[in-house]
Ligand binder design. Structure first.
Ligand code: MF3
Ligand code: CO
Ligand code: CO
Length: 259
């Protein structure tokens, strides 16, 4: 495993890419309403990334992915393909996952939205999943191990009677979309890669209300829960600093990272 330690110049460009990705999530929020199609959300994000940000939507044509963002509704765990036929309805939960490339560098982030009001069960799933991400981020500092992060996420999810998806994970990121290391969302403390300042990777836990098992749909992308119960995911791109973590994709609504 070769994990790249980013230079000061790399980090400056990753800050910009991360901010742009966060801004797409902030921009799209008001459009996430009953009656809108995920195809329309894709077009709005695509046009914003290309025309306003003068950046590139990384998913488009990535390994054959046909759209510019991922939209994963209810039982879809990740990599849902936007479509004009997929209309959001009241009570849905949706993850929108944005990756932009600016000046050659990637920023990758996702969040959950409620369409109308969420059911208490879905609100709880979404909230616990966000806590899983935040608990992981709280452990990021030089000397910590990736297993520490995986463990705290797994612990929080399972103690709330949820399950952690194992087949998909966080990843190093920079000029390459998915690079080493793999960031598992389960694990044992004191194991795995030791973090060093200058590493940049995502944490992006996928947490299921039912079992952890999943299945790839015939389109070759859409991952769904095997039991068709809902799944939630939140993602940030994170820099390991000398003293802790800098969340490169922080949104304005997130006041907790003290940046
Ligand atoms: N953004 C996703 C991630 O968090 C990857 C999407 S790849 C795509 O790693 F091709 F589906 F867009
Ligand atoms: Co990612
Ligand atoms: Co992503």
């Amino acid at each position: 495993m070769s994990v790249i330690i980013k230079s000061a110049e790399d980090i400056e460009k990753m800050r910009i890419a991360g901010r742009l990705a966060a801004e797409v999530l902030e921009m799209i929020g008001p459009y996430v309403n009953p009656g809108v199609s995920t195809g329309e959300l894709d077009r709005i994000c695509h046009d914003y990334i290309v025309n306003v940000q003068q950046a590139i939507p990384a998913p488009l044509n990535y390994r054959g992915f046909p759209k510019s963002i991922c939209t994963s509704i209810n039982q879809v765990i990740c990599h849902g393909i936007p479509s004009d036929d997929k209309i959001l309805k009241k009570g849905d939960i949706i993850n929108i996952d944005i990756t932009v490339i600016k000046d050659g560098y990637h920023g990758d982030t996702s969040k959950m939205f409620f369409v109308g009001e969420g059911s208490p069960a879905n609100q709880r799933l979404v909230e616990i999943t966000q806590e899983c991400l935040y608990l992981g981020i709280d452990l990021v500092k030089p000397g910590a191990r990736l297993g520490d992060i995986g463990h705290v996420i797994q612990q929080h999810a399972e103690s709330n009677h949820y399950s952690v998806v194992r087949e998909y994970c966080g990843h190093g990121i920079g000029t390459v979309f998915h690079e080493d290391p793999q960031v598992l969302h389960y694990g044992r403390p004191g194991t795995g890669l030791e973090l060093q300042a200058g590493m940049i990777f995502t944490i992006e836990p996928m947490i299921n209300q039912g079992t952890r098992f999943n299945k790839l749909m015939k389109d070759g992308w859409t991952v769904v829960t095997k039991d068709r119960k809902p799944s939630a995911q939140w993602e940030h791109t994170i820099l390991v600093t000398e003293t802790g973590a800098e969340v490169l994709t922080r949104r304005q609504e997130e006041t907790r990272f003290g940046q």
